[in-house]
Design a protein around this ligand. Structure first.
Ligand code: PBG
Length: 336
């Protein structure tokens, strides 16, 4: 900030408060304005009928059967929320996550019914990962490396590409690989191109940290790892340069948009990425961040509306062009 033209004169000639006096001046000079069009709502879909199970740690968010999913999306569209990311809770799980690849898989069905109902009025993004579909809860298939059970990076890549192609066929507008596997963007890009989806963009979870803030999501998606954790594929919270490296690699492999996740404890990462790379940046305001706000608000300890809009604004101010958030419907109501 040393280049500001404030060096020769100061108070009382200079008074920053002049720009804060009139509410309309405050609006004129505001640099960051949140819009409902910045928001992407995560949705959890499961088999069954007439199911709308509220997720205990994520008030106002539900596991939905297809019929209720359509209602939920309709209500969101009425509020101006038109972009969604879909997560599936499949009918069965196995070691390879086979249910992720089926024509009649739960996300594939959801894509078809939403596309049929809403056409081009909505944007459908799919989370591309296997942790919801594997019985062990890891993000791909496993192997033994030096006596340790590990995610089999290279063997998972073709499965990931197949999952994306399957979602593209069912109507996805954009795929978002979240597994933090090396080479995942390249494998998906090649798979999509070969299947005739060269136009379909990839939103890569490029800088995804091994975070405690995913706790509530793992209940929502019924996807906690059954042993170990995700530290061998997700990033260490102490690292920052590594995020730039991950982003650079994903861009080189063909990612069109990149994501930083979580958002709130990683605002510095969002800013570094935004300053360095001229590409759209998404931030994932994750389940634990959401749950903390809801819990504090339920106790009357914070003003939920004010805190939520402040958080979302801060994520945008840090450099995010779009925000995946469970607050999307609340925020849409407040931004009206
Ligand atoms: C993996 C995935 C996770 C989230 C989004 N995609 C969970 C994980 O990595 O353990 C977390 C989102 C959240 O906490 O809101 N498919």
């Amino acid at each position: 900030m040393s280049d500001l033209p404030l060096t020769t004169r100061g108070f009382p000639t200079v008074r920053p408060r002049r720009l804060r006096h009139h509410p309309l001046v405050r609006e004129l000079v505001r640099q960051t304005e949140l819009s409902v069009r910045d928001l992407i709502l995560p949705l959890f879909v499961r088999p069954g009928q007439n199911i709308r199970n509220e997720i205990a740690s994520m008030p106002g968010n539900y596991q939905l059967s297809l019929d209720r999913l359509v209602d939920e999306v309709g209500a969101a569209v009425d509020l101006g929320v038109c972009a969604f990311i879909l997560f599936g809770i499949p009918g069965y799980k196995d070691a390879r996550g086979s249910s992720a690849l089926e024509e009649e898989g739960i996300v594939q069905q959801a894509l078809r019914v939403l596309r049929k109902t809403f056409g081009e009025r909505i944007l459908l993004i799919t989370d591309e990962c296997f942790c919801e579909y594997t019985d062990h809860g890891h993000c791909g298939i496993l192997c033994e490396v030096g006596g340790r059970t590990e995610l089999d990076n290279d063997a998972t890549l073709p499965l990931l590409a197949a999952q994306c192609v399957s979602h593209a066929r069912a109507g996805a507008d954009m795929v978002a690989p979240s597994g933090m596997l090396d080479g995942m963007v390249q494998a998906i890009r090649q798979g999509l191109d070969a299947a005739g989806y060269a136009w379909l963009p990839i939103l890569s979870y490029a800088a995804k940290y091994a975070s405690g803030f995913y706790g509530p999501f793992r209940d929502a998606a019924e996807s906690p790892p059954q042993f170990g954790d995700r530290s061998s594929y997700q990033m260490d919270p102490g690292n920052s340069d590594e995020a730039l490296r991950e982003v650079a690699l994903d861009l080189a492999e063909g990612a069109d948009l990149i994501m930083v996740k979580p958002a709130l404890s990683y605002l510095d990462i969002i800013r570094r990425v935004k300053d360095r790379f001229p590409v759209p940046v998404a931030a994932y305001n994750v389940s634990g961040e959401f749950a903390m706000v809801k819990a504090a608000a339920a106790n009357g300890w914070i003003d939920e509306r004010r805190v939520t809009l402040e958080i979302l604004t801060s994520i945008k101010r840090a450099g995010a062009d779009m925000i995946l958030t469970y607050h999307a419907l609340d925020a849409a109501r407040w931004l009206r």
